[in-house]
Design a protein around this ligand. Sequence first.
Ligand code: HAM
Length: 424
Amino acid sequence: MRVESVRGMRDILPEEAWVWQAVEEMLRQVFALYGYEEIRLPVVERAELFSRGVGETTEVVHKEMYVFPDRKGLELALRPEATASVVRAYLEHGLYAKGGVTKLYYLGPMFRYEKPQMGRQRQFHQYGVEALGSLDPALDAEVMALAWHLMEALELRGEHLLFRVNSIGCREDRPKYREALRSYFAPHAAGLCPDCQRRLEENPLRILDCKEPACRELAGAAPRATDHLCPGCKEHFGQVLSFLDALGLVYVEDPTLVRGLDYYTRTVFELASRELGAQDALLGGGRYDDLAELLGGAPTPGVGFAGGMERLILVLTGQGVGAQERPLLDVYVVPIGGEAKRPAVELLTRLRKAGLAADMDYVGRSLRKMMEIAGKRARYALILGPDELVRDQATVKNLATGESQTFSLAEVPERLRGLAERSC
Ligand code: HAM
């Protein structure tokens, strides 16, 4: 029996991978505009990083994390997200020593044992940013502006996108808010799903992001976090909103938005796309001013977001972005007959050294078939037939216009480069 891939973990084949590359390049450019530098993190971390950082009672840690012992019995996890890892690395390498705000971005695979469906995989990829070292509400707004900038740079159509924003307060506010939620939900406990009945005791905030219709309906009229903010958090949230207004970002305040990870404090936000259906969160983030302490470091405020690459690409392709032709080879070399093979091989090397993407057939196809492949894969066909070889020449055929020209073998790379540059 053939070995197949694991459910929820898919291959990204070449016809899709080039779109990923183009999107990643654009993301990197925009991250750089805001002063972010890349951090590359391990995929495997100690499981404790997430149970302490993300929270034992969250779905992500409680139900979805891939946990396994290594050969010495150390409990490891495939990372379900990267914020905890970024903060770990920030503390471990003393990145705070430089002072000011440390701005880091990452791209890479994350793992959650969820039920796979459109826009939800078990191995998925995130792009994300984390800005560490400042409590300034202008930074919260800047992070959201960056997220919006990404969508604009990728030409995602704005009318389908909506920012939801909320403040869930600080650790002093949280117990009061939890109590308010408990008192509100307790009389309706029987109407909650079994998970939420458990959450009512453990962490009633999590009821607010339950997807069950009955729980959602009850959550709609639940007490609002913003009514339980201390003066400092109220002031912070007010300022975040006024900076968002100043930046011209369109958002709605959503009192039910709490996000599924425990480290959040104050600002939380999501950018949703109506085109994604049930899994509509294109990206999400917020502030996590206590996370560094939870991980054993000195208090360090932070704010950031992460988005799912698969979801982003789903929306982009749905809107026809990226439907343009996959990048072509510059030239496909077509040797006719055994005599032409050696000059073709030599020419290929010279073409590549001249910076031209070039390839040829290695499975003995007929001339007709080679020209067919050239037509699909390349902009020019370089034909080396007996007539050409006698004269030390090659025929270059423009596969878009059908025009042909003959060049001496010696000057082919230079001439082709000229043609390729002119037609770019
Ligand atoms: P999150 O909301 O859990 O936040 O994930 C961020 C984004 O990752 C989601 O909005 C979604 O686009 C994508 N995503 C999550 N799970 C899946 C999945 N199973 N399949 C496909 N895409 C998925 C975080 O991970 C936080 N670390 C974000 C953050 C950064 N907060 C502050 N800084």
